[in-house]
Design a protein around this ligand. Structure first.
Ligand SMILES: Oc1cc(-c2ccc(F)cc2)cc2nccnc12
Ligand SMILES: [Mg+2]
Length: 214
């Protein structure tokens, strides 16, 4: 009957971040995770790589698989061009409830659609629900054994087009070996590994960027 780690992270945001200031929300979460409690946000080191890829793609329509507390949701949304939007899928209702409040604190809620439920159920409904034709950018950061099935589902649903960019977190730690095998040995993807570290640690991890070739 105590608070959860996501709830304590939310309190830290509400106490230390300025409302309507996405960067202060990001900084408050990073501070909390370094000085109070580790949490599985993409973090500031991998987050900088995420930022550079999002800025390069400048997506009109972006998808995030795995919202957690909304840290990377805010990181991505703050870089979107005017009129662009980010759809983020979260299976865990407790995480989703915290993420909604973190997103509201950042002031970016108008650019973000948070959908609760299993990604495998939500992905086939994206086109009709949000009136999208294809995705410019996808950030994979949910359960590692869903990376391959959900990537195949995105293909089958016609949500990827020539040039769509997939960026996957945790390909080393906890690791997504089947995913690396899938995108690296598939002629329909051009992949590149960005070496980094597991958030808030010096353990090796990295991001895999894969461009769909159509
Ligand atoms: O970035 C992450 C890190 C970890 C994680 C947990 C425990 C460890 F010891 C190491 C790494 C799990 C994650 N699950 C889903 C999405 N992202 C994750
Ligand atoms: Mg992660």
């Amino acid at each position: 009957t105590g608070s959860s780690r996501p709830q304590r992270l939310l309190k830290a945001v509400q106490r230390n971040a300025a409302k309507g200031d996405p960067q202060s929300v990001i900084s408050a979460i990073d501070y909390f995770c370094r000085h109070s409690e580790w949490a599985m946000n993409v973090g500031d080191e991998k987050g900088s790589i995420l930022d550079s890829v999002v800025s390069e793609v400048s997506p009109t329509t972006a998808l995030e698989l795995g919202t957690y507390c909304g840290y990377s949701t805010v990181r991505i949304a703050r870089l979107l061009p005017p009129g662009a939007s980010l759809i983020t899928l979260e299976f865990n209702p407790d995480y989703a409830a915290v993420a909604r409040q973190v997103i509201a604190h950042s002031g970016l809620q108008d650019k973000i659609h948070l959908v609760e439920g299993p990604s495998g159920d939500s992905i086939p409904k994206l086109k009709e629900r949000f009136g999208i034709t294809s995705l410019d950018f996808v950030f994979l950061d949910h359960w590692k054994d869903r990376y391959v099935p959900d990537t195949k589902l995105l293909e089958e649903c016609g949500l990827l087009r020539k040039g769509s960019v997939l960026l996957a977190d945790n390909v080393i730690c906890p690791g997504a070996p089947e995913y690396l095998d899938y995108v690296r040995n598939n002629p329909r993807y051009e992949s590149r590994y960005f070496q980094s570290h597991l958030e808030y640690t010096n353990v090796e991890d990295g991001l895999e960027k894969s461009v769909f070739l159509g």
